[in-house]
Every structure is written in structure tokens, then in C-alpha cells.
Design a protein around this ligand. Sequence first.
Ligand code: NAD
Ligand code: SER
Length: 315
Amino acid sequence: MSKEKILVIGASGQIGVELTLELRRLYGGAKVIASDLREENDLIKGTGPYVSLDVMNKEMLHVQVIRQGITQIYLLAAILSATGEKNPMLAWNLNMQSLLNVLDIAKEEKLTKVFWPSSIAVFGPTSPKQNCPQQTVIEPVTVYGISKYAGEFWCNYYNHRYGVDVRSMRYPGLISYKSSPGGGTTDYAVEIFYNALGEKKYKCFLKEDTYLPMMYMPDAIRAAIELMQADAEKISIRTSYNVSAISFSPNEIAQEIKKHIPGFVITYAPDYRQAIADSWPQSIDDSVANNDWKWEPKYNLEKMTIDMLNNLDKV
Ligand code: NAD
Ligand code: SER
């Protein structure tokens, strides 16, 4: 039996709910402590322990790590791209201090591993738009992207200087039906499904031809766990790995949904999030992740659309 005891910080969020459920399936409910600033999400209630925790309070976090005998942390607390632009200092403070608190405690308590997601938001207008490579020009223009890029280098620093085994990937926009997204530029690709099944119409905040890298949540959860379970000698990137799955525009996802809901109508009213989307690559080259730990996505646009509609219809 595994000796690992895992703390998920931000467990009530879009990724946190599904990651907690999968980690509990793999390691056992009692071995995975869910924590968040907000209340416990209904979907994880009764599946294992939950603690109310503010990751900004380093002392309390440290106490929990010692008291619960934590060996691994998955840090998911953050402010995402669109919300970050509304309050840049809040986003910078949370995104940076949460990571520094976790890395420092991981160093002191000699935790076995830490997972911290970065984002495609590290890339900016000067990065290549198509098949954006692992190593390239990186000049982010959002506070979220700046915080993620700085965070990547803190992960690299704690790994090289103190031997902290922190692993990271640059997630694209994530699409899911269990827990709502938390204020990102790619959230339209989740909202569209709810509106298609409900009112059969959706007003999109991005232009119809805005291509962005995306991934379905089951692939994102599997990617995190495969990266965390990979042998340490296979991990050549200690900043953050590019990972990719699907790339589509609002028009393309709308056409895919129309195959199942013929009366669905999409209209466009781009807002401040268009500039954020325009600053990001349209597709990502993840060959380094594929080479190092054999990363492969399983869901394309067609398969994801069917799964989303089937599951949301049941909810
Ligand atoms: P989310 O906003 O849905 O969830 C974040 C959770 O963190 C929330 O439940 C929130 O209550 C909690 N939180 C906020 N402040 C906290 C604090 N001080 N202490 C404890 N908990 C706190 O975000 P998400 O989409 O699940 O993203 C998780 C991570 O993945 C973030 O680092 C995000 O940048 C990254 N990411 C997400 C996406 C995506 O499309 N969802 C894409 C790229 C990267
Ligand atoms: N989905 C995220 C966002 O739009 C990308 O990190 O902010």
C-alpha cells in the first residue's frame, strides 16, 4: 500500500473536484485531504476528509502538513486570466505567495512531490502562434501569465537549489461538466454547452475565428497523474511542460454542437477577453512531454462534444 498522504489545495475548483475524486480512487479516500477557502464541493462530500484552509496563511498550512502527515501537495488555488485582469495585484499576490508557501514547506518537510499547474498564458503576442514550442520567446501580457511564468522559475529554482521534486505543466483551456470554471478566457467553451442544452443559444465573448488550445478534463486529470507518477529521471523540464490536446474556434465548436442540437444558434459580442485570447498561441507543440513521459491526449473535439452533451443531459 502507498505511504503517500496527499493534500489538494483548491479542491472545490474546476480541476480540484475531479482531481480529488481521481486521487481518492487511486490512493483511497482517507489518503487524500481536500482543502479550499470556500465550502466543500457537493461532489467530493463523503468521499474523504476535507479541511478549510487559506493557502496564504503559511503557518496554518504548515500545521496542517505536519498534523496530517502530508507527503505530496497538489496546489490548485489561483486567480485565472480574466479575473486577474480585474484585480492584478490580488492575482499576483495569490498566485505567487501560494506557490512560495507550498515550495518552502515542501523543502522544510522534505515532501516527496509537489504538483503546480502553469498555463498557456505564459506565452504572449511574440510567441509563435502555431505549434508553439517548449522553449521559445515568452513575453506574457496578462498578470496571470506573468505570475505563471515567474512561478515556473520558482519551481525550477526550488528543484535545482533544494531538490524539491516539483512538477508542472502548462494547461490549455480546460472543458468539464462537474465543477464550473473559475474566471478564465477559455470559459466560453464550457458555457456554450450549458446554453446549447438550455436556451439553445449562446452569445460568445470571443470572435468566431479565435483558435485556442483546449483539453477535455479527463485528459487533464490523467496528464497530472501521469506526470506525478513518472520516474524522476524522465523529467527533463523543471519549469513547466507544454501539453496539448485540441485546438478549435468558437465557430468550430458551435458547428460540432449543432450536429447534435440542430436549432442551436451562436452570436458574437467580443469583450476585454478577446485581447487576452489574441495574445496566446493557437496550438501547442507538446513533443517534449510526449518524449519524456509519453503524454498523449485521448479526446478530440468530436469525442469531447458527445461526452459533454451526454453528461450534461443527465445532470
Ligand atoms: P478554480 O478557480 O476553478 O479553482 C481554484 C480554487 O482555489 C477555488 O475553489 C478557490 O476557492 C480556491 N482558492 C482560492 N484562493 C484560495 C486560498 N487563498 N486558499 C485556498 N484555496 C483558495 O481554478 P481551476 O480552473 O481549477 O485551476 C486550478 C489551477 O490550474 C490554477 O493554478 C490555474 O491557473 C490552473 N489552470 C487552469 C486552467 C483551466 O482552464 N481551468 C488552465 C490552465 C491552468
Ligand atoms: N483557462 C485558463 C484561462 O483562460 C488558461 O490558463 O485563464
